[in-house]
Design a binder for this molecule. Structure first.
Ligand code: HEC
Ligand code: HEC
Ligand code: HEC
Ligand code: HEC
Ligand code: HEC
Length: 513
């Protein structure tokens, strides 16, 4: 045999070897293959449904025949395939099911007002109590203002006319001064009170889950925003809920939870894009009450640079903490990217942290003949509305003091001084109050919003717009101390109500010449 002939014999053997190698190697290296299937409802194909492998990003949309083709990636093994379309619960099936058929169940057509709210807190024998499975979110929400919106001590003191020790204090008291207006407060502060319940008109009567204020079950039953006039149609009256029918005796309560995920196929969840939009928050965070623009956060956001960039309330206020990767740990939850799971404290860190990150000051000192001219600038950055925003009494004090070489403080000769209502610690010092300032019929400021004029003087900061103030100090001043203090309530209210002092120092800085 010539050498050439021998090689010819070896060639088929070589090919066989190659084939064997490929077969073995293929079982180790995962391959991408196409997942094809159909989405139906009652046996009829559904077009426009969104299909994805649970917890992964890529998705396909079904065609007119309800069919989809999705590239299955290496990490799909053992996972579920989910499908969702507006008006339906999210459906699911195993990725390796054959054939791949997903059947959508429609959401109920009507809201059921007799549904009983689920308590978020753990409860023995409770079936749906959120804390049983969403313990991390429950902790965050418990720390948030939403959990205290009907019961918070400051709120109740102003609402019912009491002080910190429970004594009657009627100079800042809604029930004493405007009793006929009490029902307005419940629409945002206790939105889950049933219609016809006397607590609507007197929150001292509030019982059960409604007493937990803006709670999990309420927020996750919001299906849509109504078409009421934002600001004038308050809270519950502009939020369209979709509650399941109340369970009959002996039956298990069926559920509906709306949320930001379209791949939760427990048979009770539905996706809604609204959950990532500012509009979701608007009905409660915009409110003209008794003609007074008490809450204007949403309209401030509409006019803000953040809105132009597409930044929503949730992007800043529910920004992922980065620590949670499973929001139903040990209760059927899946590992998910931390950056996709939201924070239910509704603040990034604390409100003080947020204020400290967003308020910036500068001061320029210029020597004159026998004076020092100081220009102080205050800017709000990285915020989606005016600062401060929210409840009408929130305000900032800018306090500017001259310092001598020996460290003594010195008042400005020219420039604005803080008014009496800044409270005794600061009244008379150089500075500015940034506030929405209301006055009562006698022209006295500040005043409770339920007995105030309808056109407040409003000089709060606009995002990214520096506010400058000039002061003149004697020439022996060579440094200035600039402070910014945040207050939730007016000094007068804190004194009358005997509340603990809660001044938050946002900036405290010394500038040199
Ligand atoms: C028995 C456990 C359990 C209880 C109780 C429970 N959940 Fe869940 N929930 C889950 C699991 C599991 C998921 C899906 C987790 C995943 O896919 O990673 C989920 C998902 C969700 C979603 C996401 C829906 C979406 O499509 O975006 C929301 C919202 C939700 N739950 C709200 C609630 C609320 C509100 C309560 C209390 C009224 C509650 N859950 C009670 C286990 C539970
Ligand atoms: C059903 C009404 C309602 C909805 C919806 C709502 N809020 Fe609120 N929110 C309130 C009420 C009432 C308070 C005041 C609670 C208190 O201090 O008494 C509040 C307080 C807050 C606070 C103050 C937090 C603090 O620590 O001081 C923030 C921030 C906030 N909400 C953000 C949001 C965002 C963002 C959304 C939308 C994702 C939203 N809220 C949706 C009613 C609502
Ligand atoms: C003020 C309304 C509000 C309250 C109260 C609220 N949520 Fe949410 N929740 C939202 C919004 C809005 C999102 C979507 C945020 C986003 O994706 O940016 C969300 C997202 C979720 C998700 C989806 C997973 C994730 O991390 O985004 C779950 C689960 C959830 N909430 C459960 C709960 C539970 C449990 C409670 C109570 C302990 C609760 N929510 C209280 C409004 C609320
Ligand atoms: C770009 C980020 C950003 C966006 C967007 C944003 N906020 Fe804020 N928010 C902040 C910062 C920073 C603070 C702290 C400074 C302040 O109080 O104004 C804050 C404070 C608040 C407060 C607390 C006010 C107080 O003193 O009690 C509320 C309520 C609030 N925001 C609601 C909202 C709502 C509702 C939206 C959407 C309409 C929204 N925010 C959009 C960053 C943002
Ligand atoms: C349009 C919805 C809405 C209505 C109506 C409403 N509130 Fe509020 N209220 C809010 C929101 C949102 C906040 C939180 C803003 C913030 O934290 O700055 C709040 C905060 C407050 C606070 C501050 C609580 C604290 O601890 O800091 C008081 C007090 C208050 N409201 C009283 C009332 C009273 C009294 C009424 C009825 C006359 C009323 N509110 C009606 C939405 C509303």
């Amino acid at each position: 045999m010539t050498a050439r002939r021998r090689l010819l014999w070896l060639f088929p053997l070589f090919l066989l070897g190659l084939l064997a190698f490929w077969l073995v190697a293929r079982s180790f290296v995962p391959s991408d293959r196409s997942l094809s299937g159909v989405v139906t409802m009652n046996g009829q194909p559904v077009a426009g449904a969104r299909v994805r492998v649970q917890t992964t990003d890529p998705f396909a949309v079904t065609d007119n025949h309800g069919r989809f083709h999705l590239v299955e990636s290496a990490n799909s093994k053992g996972k579920r395939l989910t499908a969702w379309k507006d008006g339906f619960f999210i459906a699911g099936t195993a990725v390796n099911a054959s054939p791949l058929a997903l059947s959508l169940a429609p959401l109920p057509e009507h809201d059921s007002p007799d549904y009983e709210w689920v308590d978020p807190a753990p409860q023995r024998g409770g079936l749906h109590n959120c804390a049983h499975c969403h313990s991390e979110m429950y902790r965050e929400w418990t720390d948030s203002a939403h959990s205290r919106s009907a019961s918070g001590r400051h709120f109740r003191n102003l609402y019912e006319g009491t002080d910190w020790n429970g004594e009657h204090e009627k100079r800042w008291s809604l029930l004493d001064q405007r009793p006929d207006g009490a029902a307005v407060c419940s629409s945002c502060h206790a939105p889950a009170i049933p219609t016809g319940d006397p607590a609507l008109f007197d929150l001292r009567e509030v019982k059960g889950v409604a007493a937990k204020g803006v709670h999990c079950d309420y927020c996750h039953k919001i299906a849509d925003v109504g078409d009421g006039n934002l600001g004038l149609t308050h809270g519950r009256f502009n939020l369209n809920l979709l509650r399941p029918e109340k369970a009959k005796d002996g039956e298990e309560q069926r559920q509906i939870f709306f949320g930001p995920l379209d791949d939760v196929d427990r048979g009770e969840d539905a996706f809604s894009p609204l959950y990532k939009q500012s509009r979701y928050c608007a009905s409660c965070h915009e409110g003209v009450v008794f003609g007074v623009p008490v809450y204007t956060t949403y309209s401030e956001w509409l006019a803000s640079p953040a809105k132009k960039k597409g930044t929503q309330c949730q992007d800043c206020h529910m920004k992922p903490t980065g620590e949670m990767t499973n929001f139903a740990l040990g209760a059927g939850g899946h590992e998910r990217a931390a950056k996709t799971l939201s924070n239910h404290r509704f603040v990034d860190g604390s409100l003080k942290d947020m204020l400290q990150r967003s308020v910036r000051t500068t001061a320029k000192l210029e020597a004159g003949n026998d004076t020092v001219r100081v220009t102080v600038s205050v800017t709000a950055e990285g915020v989606g509305h005016r600062v401060p925003t929210g409840f009408v009494d929130r305000h900032l004090l800018l306090v500017v003091e001259g310092l001598t070489a020996r460290g003594e403080t010195c008042l400005p000769r020219e420039g604005p001084r803080l008014p009496d209502f800044a409270g005794e610690t600061f009244a008379g010092k150089g500075g500015v109050v940034y506030a929405k300032l209301l006055k009562n019929e006698e022209g006295r400021s500040p005043a409770p919003f339920w007995s105030a004029d309808v056109t407040p003087r409003d000089n709060r900061l606009w995002p990214e717009e520096p506010d400058q103030t000039a002061f003149v100090f004697p020439s022996f001043v060579d440094r200035v101390r600039v402070r910014v203090i945040y207050r939730r309530f007016w000094a007068e209210t804190v004194r009358l109500k005997q509340w603990p002092n809660a001044d938050a120092v946002i900036v405290d800085q010394v500038y040199q010449r």
